[in-house]
Ligand binder design. Sequence first.
Ligand code: SF4
Length: 377
Amino acid sequence: MQSIYIHTPFCAKVCHYCDFSVLSAPERLYEEYLSLLKIEMEIMLKRYPEFAHHTETIYWGGGTPSILNTQQQNKVFDILKKQGIYFSSLLEFSMEVNPESCFEDRIENAIQHGVNRFSLGIQTFHDDLLKRIGRSHDVETAIKALQTLLKYNSYGISISGDLMFNLPGQTIETFLSDVRFISEQNVDHISFYGLNIAPMTVLGKRIERGSDFVDESVYEPMYLGGVELLSKAGFDRYEVSNFAKPEKQSLHNKNYWNGGSYLGFGPGAHSFVGSVRFHAPEKFAPWRQWVLEGCPESSLSLDPIGKEERLIEKIWLSLRTSQGLNLKTLELESIPIPQEAIQHWENQKMLVRVGDHVHLHGRGWVYMDSIIQDFLR
Ligand code: SF4
């Protein structure tokens, strides 16, 4: 499958834990970004025309794509159309939305242009926690945004509610109450990610100074408790952090996990074409210069993925999904997983074997990284 990713690097303000390629910028930069995005897409889609003709999913993420007003949104839709991408032939067109910019006119406009899936960055329904991690919205705004999206359910859109756990100050019960609440709304997809503390962020520095604290001991009960609640509510875990009602899994994300091709646009957007991985310059100014120079391949760091690297990647991408890892395929490629490693994790009841596949099981989903490292040793 082939996919396109568009990165809009602006946010109302930068959250305390964020280490993505984003900036809180004056609106005049939005217009410049859109002009540069147009140039980048024209050049890159000419270089890789297969993406103009055979793209099946688009994911518009960020940053905050919903920060753009309808006219600015339309510029992105126009660029895609002019490049020959027909929205009616897409299997999925997702857009990330943040509560503070989830306005009816923007959502309606996006739906009219073919967006059929919205991912709402709620993170938590607790104001004290939202403040502590530096989000731009409060709980009231998040609920209003959810209601705005739910109004369009009859248009056949999918809605994902995105949460975070293991936040500083978050208790097991506050997280589980978030999961319970979102699962009772009419959403068909939920994701929850454990907080990753990047050292150079505001939160990372606070933690290093000792002025904030994350209790790692609650990670496991939060994760397993959340999974249990969602399973009872009819959401299937199809990847370690992603849960969906039947037929509502994100096709775009599945393409990443299945090792499919994707072409990214915008500062820092990653691509995987043929067997080569590359990404555009991450910061806005170097990205601007790269685009104005004609997106030269020579200034990108190209990372060709060899057979062994591809198989290693397959191991960790497959294991994190409910499909599990096909041992037979690896054996055929002469990369057998050590039997004692499999046996060890089976004995711990963290791994189960079903036919040719092994799947994470129970607490194995929490210890995924250790299991994968053991497999790769
Ligand atoms: S909204 Fe998302 S992308 Fe933007 S600053 Fe916060 S975490 Fe980063």
